[in-house]
Design a protein around this ligand. Sequence first.
Ligand code: SF4
Ligand code: SF4
Length: 446
Amino acid sequence: MQEYKHSVSLDVKKCRGCTTCLKRCPTEAIRIRDNHAQINSKRCIDCGECIKVCPHKAKKAVHDSLDSLADFQIRVALPAPAFYGQFDNIDNIDVIIEGLYRLGFDYVFEVAGAAEMVSAYTRMYLERKDVKRPVISSACPVITRMINMNFPYLKDHVMPILPPIEVAASVARERMEAEYPDLDPDQIGIFFISPCTAKVSYVKNGFAGKQNNIDRILSMRDVYFKINDIIEKIDEPEHTAASGMIGIGWASTGGESSAIFNDKYLAADGIENCIKVLEQIDNEDFTGLDFIELNACSGGCVGGAMTVANPYIAQARLQILKRYLPVSPNRPADTKIPEKYFVDESVSFDPGHLLSDDRNTALRMMSEIEAITAELPGLDCGSCGAPTCMAFAEDIVKNETSADECTVIMREMFHDYLVNHKETTLSDAYRDFMDRSGKTREKKSE
Ligand code: SF4
Ligand code: SF4
């Protein structure tokens, strides 16, 4: 299996090992070792939570720079719908699109327009009798990766239709290649303006093996700071915006669901809530629902780690922008979903947390983990560098750490040492004890 490319990186020099991110990572992918955070790439789902919570700005999103516009002769911008909610005091979308042109893009294709096409295809898909219900949206890459890793029985529920980002890129590339038949296709650069890290990973890894059409992925934050001053000087922009209420609605939770024109849906956001919903669908606790929309970020894409505005303020701004827009000007003429927008297999199971490929070994390790967990204090304090006592026990069983990293155990050991060395001073006792602990660790790693 091809190695998964991630979009969250750590600046070790800035990390203080404070454990804030450790406690918020939904997949227990983070450990604190050698006084700084480490990310287990097999477990990370690129949700960006650790970027949002790090008080020292040590976690960073990986994305392309605006300088990469120079890599192409024709530059096409694909702004995500959440982009429009970043700006204050804007009456219409035209001014933002004009700002993108002035920044150096030659064409702008709104992802909101492609979202309206995907909404129409979703309605067609839900009319089919042979689909597994509830159908789970494939738009949030964190959710599809989470299903991929932890919910194998739900993979057949994921809608096998490309998400709006990819439909927009494919329409943009087709049109550009038709408009510039003599131009080397490599000179056409498709730039997605992303609200989140997960979509960066989507672009790097593709969706269910499909090659995507996006060449560069820009941070919404970077583009916002570049064009905010530009758009303040635009008085009368040309009318170029082509998306409607439905497409813009995809930026926040409930927008995608409301476009299926069917009230048998559930829309949730926030990674913890989404995990609970997936667990309940897995347990068949939900019946009678046709569609599930899950957004890992609070508020939906407006809450992504590469946005600028508070997600709820962005949502309120989008409400105002939507007011005078048509409902859905980008409905496709197709009466059935074009084959090119289908994926053969929506997600493939890729468990990130297996203890061993061998079932017997995994069972033995599990029982060791349970036994060690029972001996640990159960405080889940994080000071050992693992998020919970059970995760710490798992690390011990995998030989990734040793029991004396637990501060409670260490305190008890030190207490016993002091009882047996009453004659030494406290500082000598401490030094001697630490030396001995170091020897103990060396012995374990032999
Ligand atoms: S939140 Fe995580 S990455 Fe940031 S300083 Fe603390 S341990 Fe390091
Ligand atoms: S991006 Fe999300 S899953 Fe990955 S380490 Fe950070 S919090 Fe954990």
